[in-house]
Design a protein around this ligand. Structure first.
Ligand code: GTP
Ligand code: MG
Length: 201
C-alpha cells in the first residue's frame, strides 16, 4: 500500500551518470559499460518518508541533444526534478542553467535538487562545492555530491529522499494547481475548437 505517488525527472547531459545513479538507487548495482538511454525509461521504487510509503516513478531521460524536444514534454508531469552534472566535466555543470530555464518556462513552482556525480574520480574533479554555491541561481538549492560507482554513506539515496521531502512539504499543492490549469487550458482549447468549427461551417 502506498500513501503517495510522485513523478521524478532525471535531467542532465549525456554521460553524466543519470542511468547509473538510478540503477544504484533501485538495484544497488553499477556497470562500467556506457549504453546511452534512448528517449526515456521509467522505473519505480517505494521509499519511506515521514512514516509514509511514497512510490517514486522516476523518468530517466536521455541527455542526447536529439531527444531534447521530447525531454521538455516530460516536465509537465513531473512533481520534482533531479538535475545531474558530472564533477569532472565543467560543460555539464554550465549546461544545468539551460535545463533550469526549460523547467521554469513550464512552471516556476518546481521542486528540484542538484547532483554532482562521479565524485570518486578525485584527481579529475573540476567542479567543487564552492563553484556551485558561488552561483546566484544555485544559492537556495540543495546540492549533493554522489558516486554511483562507490556508493559510500548512501550518498545516492539522499537526493531522492530530500527531493521527496521537499515535494511533500511544499510542492504538491503547486503541482496539483499546475495540473488543474493545464487541464482547464486543454478543455478550453477543445471548446474553442468546437466553437470555431461550428461557427465556420
Ligand atoms: P545518457 O543516457 O546518454 O544521457 O547518459 P547517462 O547520464 O545516463 O550516463 P550513464 O549512467 O549511462 O553513465 C555514463 C558513463 O559514466 C558509464 O560508463 C558509467 O559507468 C559512468 N559513470 C556513471 N556514474 C559514475 C560514477 O559515479 N563514477 C564513475 N567513475 N563513473 C560513472
Ligand atoms: Mg542514461
Amino acid at each position: 500500500m502506498t500513501d503517495e505517488h510522485l513523478n521524478i525527472l532525471l535531467i542532465g547531459d549525456s554521460g553524466v551518470g543519470k542511468t547509473s545513479l538510478l540503477k544504484r538507487f533501485i538495484d544497488n548495482k553499477f556497470e562500467d559499460n556506457y549504453i546511452s538511454t534512448l528517449g526515456v525509461e521509467y522505473n519505480k521504487k517505494v521509499i519511506q518518508i515521514n512514516n509514509m510509503n511514497v512510490e517514486l516513478e522516476i523518468m530517466d531521460t536521455s541527455g542526447q541533444e536529439k531527444f531534447r524536444t521530447i525531454q521538455k514534454s516530460f516536465y509537465q508531469n513531473a512533481n520534482g526534478i533531479i538535475f545531474i552534472f558530472d564533477v569532472t566535466n565543467f560543460d555539464s555543470f554550465e549546461n544545468i542553467k539551460n535545463y533550469l530555464k526549460d523547467a521554469e518556462s513550464i512552471s516556476e513552482d518546481y521542486k528540484y535538487v542538484l547532483v554532482g556525480n562521479k565524485i570518486d574520480l578525485k584527481n579529475s574533479i573540476v567542479v567543487k562545492k564552492e563553484n556551485v554555491y558561488e552561483r546566484d541561481i544555485f544559492k537556495d538549492i540543495k546540492y549533493f555530491e554522489t558516486s554511483a560507482k562507490y556508493n559510500t554513506d548512501k550518498n545516492v539515496e539522499k537526493p531522492f529522499e530530500e527531493l521527496t521531502k521537499l515535494i511533500l512539504t511544499e510542492g504538491l499543492d503547486n503541482y496539483r494547481k499546475r495540473r488543474e490549469n493545464s487541464f482547464h487550458l486543454h478543455n478550453q482549447n477543445n471548446d474553442n475548437n468546437i466553437e470555431s468549427k461550428s461557427c465556420c461551417k
